[in-house]
Design a protein around this ligand. Structure first.
Ligand SMILES: Nc1ncnc2c1ncn2[C@@H]1O[C@H](COP(=O)(O)OP(=O)(O)OP(=O)(O)O)[C@@H](O)[C@H]1O
Ligand SMILES: [Mg+2]
Length: 353
């Protein structure tokens, strides 16, 4: 059973939209999905229209009140089941503070039984606390949604350090599958520059022992699409709400690409361009009758006028550089990433780690 954590401690980058709609896209491809809402905001829960029904039988009760996990599983469709959350889950962080092994509660519970699912997908909160650590400890892969905008990579160093720490001490099976560009505005220089910076960072880790040495930037980006913003309020995934929309097209393409990665049918696409269909414009119907299939490279041609980089676009990580951390300067920007040669960071992500 694959277990995929959708994680980025940055808020509003598309984690929940990706967990719901990528999960639903994988279900469209015949995978039996279990989606776990690890965010006390409960957005994934609401997205599946579970809200009130879920009260009393969710992640919080499983983590803190010994509720058997099968009693917290709510069927949404024949191929999608959900373990919901609500605001109570915010208290779990404090309630579990003295519990030994609190990072691996979910992992142990899920490992105790054979479940009728092909893929478990976890929607993480915008923080790197005990809930995200539970996700990392039980996952085989990490998928990082990135919104390519101003300050997109702020805090990325801390996220990679935490992943390396969990991989080293608690979960050797953990690896970073890659980054997904969400809320993508095709054709903007900033989007292309963020992708470029990420690609350089990933390329520098090839052949090393870090858990992101085989990570990719997924070629299929998720364009900004109004239907994706609307579907949560209808309690539906994009495939039910607007199956012909750009949002559905993009998430299904991403699901296919992810399946290629899971099945080992693809190599690291280090020199391939992103597939970026046209952006949604006034001239583009919001919910197209026909799926968009056109693709074009995202990076500006080499001969294009050199973009002017915003000096503060990628500020230094707020995390203190450690002995193992390296500072990777770019022309006018700095991002602190963990080293690609030593997978053992010294930073403490949790008091008990
Ligand atoms: N591709 C998209 N086009 C348009 N709107 C989108 C898209 N992806 C997400 N949104 C909207 O942007 C907002 C933030 O997305 P989402 O909730 O998925 O982010 P998140 O990373 O889970 O946020 P949080 O950190 O608060 O959990 C939501 O209102 C969502 O509906
Ligand atoms: Mg969310």
């Amino acid at each position: 059973m694959e277990c995929i954590a959708i994680i980025n401690q940055k808020g509003g980058v598309g984690k929940t939209s990706t967990a719901v709609n990528l999960g639903a896209g994988l279900a469209q491809r015949g995978k039996r999905m279990l989606l776990i809402d690890l965010d006390p905001q409960g957005h994934l829960t609401t997205h599946f229209g579970l809200d009130g029904d879920a009260a009393g039988r969710g992640v919080y009760e499983v983590l803190t009140q010994n509720l058997p996990i099968e009693e917290a599983i709510h069927p949404y469709s024949p191929t999608i089941s959900v373990i919901p959350s609500n605001v109570d889950l915010a208290a779990a962080e404090v309630e579990l503070v003295s519990v030994v092994g609190r990072e691996v509660i979910l992992r142990d519970l899920l490992a105790a039984k054979n479940w009728p699912y092909d893929i478990v997908m976890l929607d993480c909160p915008p923080s790197l606390g005990i809930l995200s650590l539970n996700a990392l400890c039980m996952s085989t892969r990490v998928l990082i949604p990135v919104q390519p905008h101003f300050l997109a990579l702020q805090g990325a160093g801390k996220l990679f350090e935490t992943i390396a720490l969990v991989n080293h001490r608690l979960n050797p099976k953990l690896s970073v599958a890659g980054m997904v560009m969400c809320l993508y505005d095709a054709g903007t220089r900033l989007s292309a520059e963020v992708v470029d910076d990420l690609a350089k960072f990933l390329d520098s880790s090839r052949g090393t022992k870090v858990p992101w040495s085989n990570a990719r930037i997924f070629k299929n980006v998720i364009r900004r699409n109004v239907k994706l913003a609307e579907c949560p309020s209808y309690g539906q995934s994009i495939f039910e709400y607007a199956p012909r929309s750009n949002g559905a097209t993009d998430y299904l393409a991403l699901a296919d690409e992810l399946l290629e990665v899971i099945d080992g049918r693809t190599k690291i696409p280090s020199d391939e361009s992103l597939k970026v269909p046209p952006p949604e414009t006034e001239a583009t119907p919001k919910d197209r009758d026909e799926p968009v299939s056109a693709s074009m490279p995202v990076a500006p041609p080499a001969s294009a006028e050199k973009p002017v980089r915003a000096p503060a676009r990628i500020p230094p990580s707020s995390a203190k550089p450690t002995k193992e951390a390296v500072t990777t300067p770019t022309k006018e920007t700095t991002v602190v990433m963990p080293t690609t040669t030593d997978p053992t960071p010294t930073m403490t992500a949790s008091p008990s780690l």
